[in-house]
Design a protein around this ligand. Sequence first.
Ligand code: SAM
Length: 243
Amino acid sequence: THFGYQTVKKSEKQKKVAEVFHSVAGKYDLMNDLMSFGVHRLWKRYTLEMAGLRCGMQVLDLAGGTGDLAALFSPRVGPNGKIIVADINSSMLEVGRAKLADKGVVGNLEFVQANAECLPFADNHFDLVSIAFGLRNVTDKDKALASMCRVLKPGGRLLVLEFSKPQNELLSTVYDQYSFNVLPLMGKLVTNDADSYRYLAESIRMHPDQATLQQMCLDAGFAECEVFNLTGGVVALHRAFKA
Ligand code: SAM
């Protein structure tokens, strides 16, 4: 594959992911809207509706990047709740912090630079952990899922929003063409960085499908895990609970 993705060592993948997100941070939101025709906003709204948030809840939005989910969650948990936006990449966190401050989403947010594989938070602390379009970039996904389970309270929920496997042959073919041909071209035109968007297409193809990720959640210690396909399975939301 383009980056020798299947054979690269762990440190090389982390380095590649760091490069990609430092490079795209400034144009990340614009590219998201262009690439998904704005539909990522609907996927995120759906995630909000599945979050079961109430006033006072403690939330960790992991790989929170430019803060879209945090902006939706913040009013739901109110002034007595808290959203921690954690991301491994300082450029993404900076863009997120500035964007949310501009939108007036302040008060119950905190930004923390952290790796999903070894979360620097106490056991049994959060009511909700969310990770949107982040898990596929994590090198050791099993370790990250176990870490998420550890920091959740018993009864707490995990929401993983991620690209997945389209459920229909035709959609799958169209989507492959789109991601391997159109995405890098768009990346080149808008950010002058085709490579990062080629990485994006590859990371989507390599990501576990719905059933595999569901089993990984169970193996990581979650008691149950449901899958909700969005846009024909282009994206899936996994909702898991800690016993
Ligand atoms: N959640 C945001 C959204 O939905 O728009 C941003 C998603 S962006 C595609 C992926 C994010 O995952 C990047 O900000 C990247 O820095 C972050 N990331 C990658 N590997 C990570 C890791 N091991 N731990 C935490 N964040 C990570």
